[in-house]
Ligand binder design. Structure first.
Ligand code: GDP
Ligand code: IMO
Ligand code: MG
Length: 433
């Protein structure tokens, strides 16, 4: 039974929440492997909308085990807010057998108030890159600098105090330099104390849990956050997040060997969006860009910021196919393009060194996209459940994208709701490899 990885193929917000929710209908386990409360995954069921930031998008499936793995960074206060929200909506975190089904790695790192403070202060300065200001970057900095606080320290108040003291010492000159007074150890511990008791019972060795499920042949979805072009190694550095949202990050973040992954699915919007700073060669600054933002409701689900919008970028998509070793693509938000007279797609770039079909990562500020243009369509797509029900113009657009990306479509999404979906293949019953 397969373990499948779902990753964003662009700059995040591709619709991972909706698609993971669909795939978890038959999954035993869903595992968030990286990132933190910088993510916002939207689930729309029965006209109701739920945005999850830390909790995996399988939470609406009553018997799916949801794991927050050790590649994540977790703000305990955000987690408790999310748990409260689930409770308020009557979404149970125990399964029908009475077993806990929401579990958190004791090796995931804790986002503490000083991380949030530093992230916010840096964003006021010259080096701002448009982060979500949730403390994600500084928390990963601490982890890599080997002075982070794993959630397991919540079990031992003396160890927690010692780790927090050491980290505050390290951050003090930086915070002072940014013009603020560093927080005290006592106030930092007091800030997380109320959430400590709520989180303690959820802590597990998630690597052992996930790996055992893989060995037992359970159906597992490894849920990505962010997107390929935000990857700290493979994205548009330095305008990236501080983790590894690409498929390799699923193995590292969840503790599952690459040989155990059966399929890697990449999510791509029918156009492109990006929140925050950094290069975006196909960005639109005109009425069409504004229309896509409005029709697609392209406003950040974490920060509410208007998302930058633009045409689909095939050199970037081919790059994502390669970096993640994608077996299949799921394309979302095709319906958002309905009503446009013309739909364009970037097929290549003109660079100072000539034309290329690749993504010249180091020259993205100096490229001119080469577009192919398609006639638009006017029909409402939301009711389409097969490719044959799509207008011919939309089908030719998809055919070009599939051919140029060199990766087959597994699903086409035509609206935010669960059923507004054309399913071409089910990865759990028909593996792609
Ligand atoms: P994620 O971060 O990748 O999970 O994506 P977000 O939830 O941040 O943003 C995607 C938005 O698009 C959400 O509001 C979804 O409800 C919505 N969405 C997903 N798929 C579709 C689709 O096919 N059509 C439309 N119109 N909206 C969609
Ligand atoms: P989901 O999972 C879109 C972007 C931020 C910023 C950069 C660094 O919903 O797709 P950070 O706070 O991570 O240090 O910010 O990364 N970013 C996202 N953009 N979707 C996300 O998550 C994102 N998570 C981070 O806007 O440009
Ligand atoms: Mg999002």
């Amino acid at each position: 039974m397969p373990a499948i990885v779902i990753v964003g193929a662009q700059w995040g917000d591709e619709g991972k929440g909706k698609i993971v929710d669909i795939y978890t209908e038959r999954a035993d386990m869903v595992v968030r492997f990286g990132g933190g409360p910088n993510a916002g995954h939207t689930l729309v069921v029965g006209g109701e909308k739920l945005v999850v930031r830390l909790v995996p998008s399988g939470i609406l499936r009553a018997d799916t085990t949801c794991v927050l793995a050790q590649g994540m960074v977790i703000d305990p206060r955000s987690l408790v807010t999310e748990l409260d929200e689930l409770e308020r909506r009557g979404i149970r975190t125990v399964d029908s057998a009475g077993e806990r089904r929401l579990l958190v790695s004791d090796r995931a790192h804790v986002i503490l108030p000083y991380h949030v403070l530093v992230d916010g202060l840096r964003e006021k300065g010259k080096g701002a890159i448009g982060t979500t200001k949730r403390g994600v970057g500084p928390c990963y900095e601490d982890k890599v600098a080997r002075r982070g606080v794993p959630l397991g320290a919540f079990r031992d108040p003396a160890r927690l105090r010692e780790l927090v003291t050491r980290a505050i010492e390290a951050w003090t000159p930086i915070i002072r330099d940014l013009g603020e007074a560093p927080p005290s150890v006592d106030e930092t511990l007091a800030a997380v104390e109320p959430s400590r008791a709520r989180i303690l019972p959820l802590l597990v060795d998630s690597q052992a849990l996930v790996e055992r499920a893989v060995r037992e042949g359970k159906k597992i979805v490894l849920e990505g956050a962010q997107g390929t072009l935000l990857d700290v190694d493979h994205g548009t550095y330095p305008f990236v997040t501080s983790s590894t949202p690409t498929a390799g990050g699923a193995c590292v973040g969840a503790g599952v060997g690459p040989t155990r992954i059966d399929e890697v699915v990449g999510l791509v919007k029918a156009y492109t969006t990006r929140v925050g700073g950094g290069p975006f060669p196909t960005e639109l600054h005109d009425d069409v860009g504004e229309r896509i933002r409005k029709v697609g409701a392209e406003f950040g689900s974490v920060t509410g910021r208007p998302r930058r919008t633009g045409w689909l970028d095939l050199p970037a998509l081919r790059y994502a196919v390669r970096v993640n070793g994608l077996d299949a693509l799921a394309i979302t938000k095709l319906d958002v393009l309905t009503g446009l007279d013309e739909v364009k797609v970037c097929v290549a770039y003109d660079t100072p060194r000539g034309r290329t079909r690749d993504l010249p990562m180091d020259e993205l500020d100096h490229v001119t996209p080469v577009y192919e243009s398609f006639p638009g369509w006017k029909q409402d797509l939301a009711g389409a459940r097969t490719m044959a029900e799509l207008p011919a113009e939309a089908r030719s657009y998809l055919e070009l994208v599939e051919r140029e990306a060199g990766c087959p479509f597994i699903l086409v999404s035509v609206g935010p709701a669960r059923d507004e979906t054309i399913v071409l293949r089910d990865p759990f019953t028909t593996p792609g490899r």
